[in-house]
Design a protein. Structure first.
Lengths: 342, 265
């Protein structure tokens, strides 16, 4: 196994990186905070590059790529804190491609004319459900429904990261919306794609916070010296880099396993989500510390990345949930000893 | 028709660029990429084709092994094929020598229109398009902010028209094809390569040529044949602290005094 990007993946990454450096600045992310929906004209521009269709099958005008290429792109969207629901769309696309390819949404998403939102079993919030053109809902019993979000009762909830527009969904399943039953396996796979994608974005966010803070530490002068010359400041940042470098191959491994449907995919994805989450969490704390009081302010961009990291840390399963999955993988379903009663 | 777009692989302008001991460009310590100013030339070539002109677009670069990355990026943006002239004896070549190599390669490939960026982002001389036109014996229409091609037929012919914004006038210029044009960074933003373009680029042909293939002797190019060489280079001094004028009612006088002392007014 070669845990590095292929030449193509590197070119995709560079293209997305260049695009987002121009089109998704801190100002753009702030605009998404103020708007009702974070979906802007940038979605159609992303489609031109090929980003929105990356996992859409080729017969539906997409690129037909898999979780590895998706993860490589999502690292970059994390770095830029792209507000559009690229990950949610990609998760929905996987399910639509398997069970509702004829509905016509895939080509629309690839062309940047539509977005999809998704709600999987065990989750309560759908990102951008109100602005999405189609909502994909998986139920605990393995039923999969595809519906018009307009036909659902949507209630908005405020996220710590206000560019994430969250909704709970009141939904009445009908035979018309049902596209598959017994889809547990596909839903589990979709859930893994979500967790992997969140991990990939967390890597990008970690790198961004670190880059910003290294720059800041090189510039900021206090008591006549640049703060980056202090060993204690260097340690804070070096610790973030260590966490990031530990997490990176774990995320690549998870993408590799999921792309090939390996038996270890559940465990590998959970490992990735935990490692990337820990890296981003430490980055948020240490980078805030190094920035000092300015880092607390809404005027400074650090908070945009910090809050995205916090939001994604619990999205698609928090560390506890993923540790449980790893424990199950290692120990089987043996119940934990219960608390003795006396 | 055939369009040849000349592109250059240059050290990243945002990096800390420098020179080697012999005054040639240091390509080791800074990552290199396709010159941003050449992306505008690529964009205009693609626009010409999109406007309905039937044309084959060939990218041409002169540079070391890694310069193929610049061609790959150009091909990912669009276009048909590329030529990479690469020879150890080319190292240190100046603009005159470069224009010789480019001209020979362009003649070999055949052309109706040659499009260049206005200058490279490393040497920034902006003279190669004019030298090329001279060597190829065709008209030059340089520093265009807008460019269109009209009246081409399968047998050739046609004209290239352009607009050049100067300090005192806007010139509308046209030339009969074949011709050499250079375009500015005001022609319109260059597109991003698409993922499909990146995949397609892998199947496009990149022809590798050396000096022998072009009939150029090694003593015609390289550092020893260069008419312009870098004698010495001095790093720009770090920015000094500015002077702060405290306004206590006569700040304007102080400002005027400062500007007068520096001979600005």
């Amino acid at each position: 196994m070669r845990l590095a990007y292929t030449e193509d993946q590197e070119l995709f990454r560079d293209t997305v990186r260049d695009f987002l450096a121009d089109r998704c600045t801190g100002t753009d992310v702030r605009a998404a905070w103020a708007a009702d929906s974070a979906i802007s004209t940038r979605w159609a521009e992303l489609a031109k590059v090929g980003v929105t269709g990356i996992v859409v099958p080729e017969e539906h005008d997409g690129l037909g790529m898999g979780d590895e290429e998706l993860a490589a792109v999502l690292v970059e969207t994390g770095y830029a804190a792209l507000p559009e629901p690229l990950l949610e769309s990609a998760v929905a696309v996987g399910l639509l491609a398997e069970f509702a390819a004829d509905a016509g949404w895939l080509a629309e998403i690839a062309a940047g004319r539509a977005t999809a939102s998704v709600l999987l079993p065990g989750r309560r919030l759908a990102v951008e459900a109100a602005a999405a053109d189609v909502l994909v809902i998986g139920l605990d019993n393995g039923d999969l429904h595809v519906t018009d979000p307009g036909a659902c009762e949507l209630t908005a909830h405020r996220s710590v990261d206000r560019s994430r527009k969250l909704y709970t969904v009141g939904f009445q399943p009908t035979p018309e919306t049902l596209v598959a039953s017994g889809a547990q396996r596909a839903l589990a796979r979709a859930s893994n794609r979500g967790a992997l994608g969140a991990a990939a974005q967390l890597l990008g966010l970690t790198r961004r916070m670190l880059d910003m803070t290294v720059d800041y530490a090189k510039q900021r002068v206090q008591r006549g010296v640049r703060i980056g010359t202090h060993q204690s400041v260097q340690h804070h940042l070096a610790n973030v880099l260590i966490k990031l470098e530990f997490a990176r191959p774990v995320v690549l491994r998870a993408a590799y396993s999921l792309a090939r449907d390996l038996p270890s995919a559940d465990r590998d994805v959970s490992m990735a989500k935990i490692y990337a989450g820990e890296a981003a969490d430490l980055a948020a704390r240490n980078c805030l510390q190094v920035h000092g009081a300015i880092g607390y302010t809404e005027e400074h961009d650090l908070q945009l990345f910090m809050k995205r990291a916090w939001a994604l840390g619990t999205a698609w399963g928090d560390a506890g949930e993923h540790r449980d999955r790893i424990a199950t993988d290692l120990l089987g379903d043996a119940p934990a000893p219960s608390t003795p009663s006396f | 028709m055939k369009i040849v777009v000349c592109v250059k692989y240059v050290p990243d302008a945002t990096g800390d660029r420098g020179f080697n001991d012999d005054g040639t460009t240091d390509r080791e310590s800074v990552d290199s990429l396709l010159s941003e100013l050449d992306e505008y030339a690529i964009e205009q070539a693609l626009k010409i084709v999109e406007s309905g002109v039937e044309a084959e677009i060939t990218y041409l670069t002169v540079g070391p092994d890694d310069a193929k990355d610049a061609l790959r990026k150009a091909l990912a943006m669009g276009g048909d094929n590329a030529i990479h002239v690469n020879d150890d004896d080319i190292a240190g070549t100046d603009a005159l020598g470069t224009s010789l190599i480019l001209a020979k390669a362009i003649e070999r490939a055949g052309f109706d229109l040659v499009i260049c960026g206005m200058a490279s982002t490393d040497a920034s001389m902006g003279v190669v398009p004019a030298m090329l036109a001279e060597r190829l014996g065709v008209p030059q229409v340089t520093y265009l902010d807008e460019v269109t091609v009209e009246g081409t037929t399968v047998k050739g012919g046609g004209t290239v028209k352009g607009r050049r914004e100067g300090d005192v006038a806007t010139e509308l210029i046209e030339a009969a094809l074949p011709a050499v044009v250079s375009v500015t960074d005001r022609t319109g933003e260059a597109r991003y390569p698409s993922f499909k373009g990146i995949m397609a680029a892998k199947k496009k042909n990149v022809e590798a040529l050396d000096l022998d293939d072009l009939g150029i002797e090694s003593d015609q190019v390289g550092l020893s044949a260069a008419w312009s060489i870098v004698d010495t280079a001095t790093k720009r001094p770090p920015r000094a602290k500015g002077e702060v004028v405290e306004d206590e009612g006569e700040g304007g006088v102080q400002l005027a005094g400062f500007l007068a002392a520096k001979k600005f007014i």
